[in-house]
Write a protein that binds this ligand. Structure first.
Ligand code: NAD
Length: 384
């Protein structure tokens, strides 16, 4: 694994816990961790249970005792690491978003296809049992024809104008702001549950135009006493409308300036026969409404998705004994282990990663051109 902070912790924990809950033919061995700072990577490897460490990710790729490269570094590093890993015949798990640009994403996609390695991208929210159950209800036709999806992904961790300029606020490291960081998750859930995007139109805003440079940062926290200010060149908030290929309408909003919302990943889907709604901060619950319920008893009901009928749930605890954020990663990696045993790339994989990237690019283009953009127009020819 390359990187060892926020996602490094989530992935390490998931690899360690996976065999405790699931019987997989292929089991993860935490062989080596890579980071640039020897003292930091050594301490992280000891704490998180990695057997060895390297101070350059290229050494991981050269090692014969490593089959899978897990990329949990900032977005500007994904392409170089993934392409080198694929060319060395290593399987890949990459954090989202796939890349900074469509051009990078296409090169990554070409590399995994050409070298025939297993690939996955870490859109983990799909793997909460409630989301898997939502998918099942939709596939069974229980919501009927889907008319609407309205999704918000709201955070508030950078509202203080003195909050430093971390990598997530610098275009050349992150690609885009709230759009690629959090709306990308809503886009993945929308593709998973509703279907492919046809066209989009969006708006973006940067409320705080410059910030002090960061001195120490990791995940969503940072410290700085610096008086040196630098420009914020990504969106603090984005909103967009979607026409899905199946005719459904989508309304999406992602913001890091929605005070009081810490990780408000929420949505509602309405169909001809029923509706569902979900809130990540109560992730075990799926609210469900069916139009054919008896008159007088109609309304949303709240299902706690911890029963044996709810995918992945019975690997954990008895009904009503809830699971958390970290379990979404364990579930995703269980799929990855299955894919490694059976020789396929479980979804979400780089096919999903590149489609997500096309949508992000189309939204950015629509903001530039102040109009609607067909997602298909963002597709690159494969021989980039
Ligand atoms: N799936 C999710 O819900 C989710 C949540 C958070 C972050 N992410 C994604 O995970 C990735 C990492 O985000 P994070 O929050 O863990 O970041 P972070 O800042 O907490 O950690 C990044 C790590 O990468 C290391 N790093 C940076 N540049 C490097 C380089 N050139 N070589 C080696 N190591 C390098 C840093 O030292 C650090 O260990 C990003 O792509 C982000 O979008 C996904």
């Amino acid at each position: 694994m390359v990187g060892y902070k926020f996602m490094g912790k989530a992935h390490s924990h998931a690899y360690r816990d996976l065999p405790f809950y699931f019987d997989c033919e292929t089991e993860p061995v935490l062989q080596a961790l890579a980071g640039r700072d020897e003292e930091g990577v050594k301490a992280a490897a000891e704490k998180m249970g990695w057997l060895s460490y390297e101070t350059d990710w290229r050494r991981l790729i050269e090692r014969d005792d490593i089959d899978l490269i897990d990329i949990v570094t900032p977005n500007n590093t994904h392409a170089e690491i993934a392409i080198a890993a694929a060319e060395a015949g290593k399987h890949i798990l990459c954090e989202k978003p796939l890349a900074l640009t469509m051009e990078q994403a296409q090169r990554m996609y070409n590399a995994v296809k050409k070298n025939n390695v297993i690939h996955m991208i870490c859109y983990n929210y799909r793997f909460s049992p409630a989301m898997q159950f939502a998918k099942k209800l939709i596939e069974e036709g229980r919501l009927g024809k889907i008319y609407h999806m309205r999704a918000t992904y709201l955070q508030d961790w950078i509202m203080d104008p003195k909050f430093p300029l971390v990598w997530r606020l610098t275009k050349e490291v992150t690609g885009s702001g709230a759009l690629g960081d959090i709306a990308a998750h809503s886009i993945d859930l929308a593709r998973y549950l509703v279907g492919e995007f046809d066209e989009v139109t969006g708006m973006m805003e940067t409320f705080i135009k410059e910030r002090p440079v960061a001195e120490v940062s990791g995940g969503l926290s940072a410290k700085s006493d610096s008086s040196v200010m630098k420009e914020v060149d990504v969106d603090d908030a984005s909103a967009f409308l979607v026409r899905f290929e199946n005719g459904a309408m989508g309304v999406f909003e992602a913001s890091r300036f929605a005070g009081g919302n810490r990780n408000g990943n929420r949505f509602e889907i309405n169909g001809s026969k029923g509706s569902i709604r979900w809130d990540m901060e109560s992730m075990n619950n799926l609210e469900v409404y069916f139009a054919d319920d008896e008159a007088g008893l109609q309304g949303y009901r709240n299902i706690t998705c911890t029963e044996e009928q709810h995918p992945f749930a019975d690997a954990y605890w008895p009904a009503g004994h809830i699971i958390g954020y970290e379990h979404t990663f364990i579930n995703l990696m269980t799929e990855l282990m299955k894919g490694l045993s059976e020789g396929y790339s479980p979804s979400p994989n780089f096919d999903d990663g590149i489609k997500n990237q096309e949508i992000l690019a189309a939204i950015e283009k629509s903001v530039e051109t102040r109009g609607w953009v067909k997602v298909e127009q963002m597709k690159l020819v494969e021989n980039v």
